[in-house]
Design a protein around this ligand. Sequence first.
Ligand code: AMP
Length: 444
Amino acid sequence: MDIKNVKGTHDIILEEAKAYDKIEMTMKSFAEAFCFSEFRTPVIEPSELFQRSVGESSDVVRKEMYTFLDKGDRLLALRPEFTAGIVRSFVNNKLYATRDLPLKAYYSGPVFRYERPQQGRYRQFHQFGVESLGVENVLNDVESLFLGYVILTALGLENVTLKINTLGDASSREAYRNALKGYFESHIKDMCDDCKVRYEVNPLRILDCKVPSDHEIVLGAPKMSDYLSNEAKAKFNKVLIALDEMNIPYEIDDTLVRGLDYYSELVFEYHYTSKKGVNYGAIGAGGHYDNLVEELDGPKMAGVGFSFGIERVYSVLKDDGLLDDIVNDIDIYVMPLSEKAKNQAFYLTSGLRTSGYKTEINLVDSKMANMFKKADRHGAKLGIIIGDDEIANGTVIVKDLAKKEQEEVAIDDLLDKVDAFFGEGQDECCCGDGECHCHDHEGE
Ligand code: AMP
């Protein structure tokens, strides 16, 4: 039997899983610093949730959703994105009435889209993102956008291109929609079948078309910026002023419309080209939504959010060599030299582990050379060697694997020895200059 993973899915294992963990931890810690709180919503939701929010005209709902009937004949979907589930939870739990607004949520987990698998495009992939719900304020939008930028910078990405645009308010969008309908009317017969549907349901979606022959036609289409109401222009300007004030570089891209129907006003994407020149396109994207909360049976309230694709973020970090320090870095490698020593070594290892040291024991090899090779491969800092002589003496050999210095230590003193070894450097603080504010000495 040769069962393979499902097409478009991938195993995230070993060092790669470590890297994902590091990426997600960085994202979470900044979201927490910005006072967002974690939301864990279900992977399965009623299919209708996404039809009503992400929209019937979006590729995600029309072609890419994993839907199925459960045993009770309910039409369910594997979530293709998080925003709709977060807003559903906000409404179901009446958080708009019981919590301070904006309600600021972050999330992390797998999402599912039946797309054509290719480089950087999966059917099961992972997103981390935030939603800030319940307050209409330009600075609220900027807060989310800034958080995304800060996260990417903290991960080490230096040349993130922030592309932004405005889709305008309802009246701007209506005027623009009519202009697009007028423009595409004479072209639509020559365009792809998807565009024909988009023309009827939401002509804005045509601007997102990736078919090369349609692209020429799209280039000649009217521009959103010519149809913005004065209010929408003023709002967008406020965002630009805030970004200038905060020294965040951006590019205005008036072809940016985003693939999900719920966006209005501000939309943005974080693009990245690696140092080797590989263009990864959007590694994250988001925007403002005026009506989504109301469309999902909540009060009329605005929201804003963004979402990173973890696979894409991982790829750019890897490409730029920013994950090189993620290795198997264990603290201690325990090497018993005989069958008899294995038991003793095992108990000792258990003690070190419960004291919080990342400790591995070699119960497989008998040759010292092999054991040292493996200790090295694991990045161990300290080796502990136990042979029959040491058992007889009630001691172990403790070896600093970097300095290659070793000494015999009584078993009863081992933990103190290990504490001292790993404590080195950690206790250093800025004491001595009379200005110390470190954790231990503040207020002394
Ligand atoms: P979206 O929810 O479509 O706005 O996508 C947000 C982010 O998720 C994008 O910027 C990508 O980084 C990532 N993403 C979207 N679709 C895929 C996919 N099929 N495979 C991997 N990452 C994806």
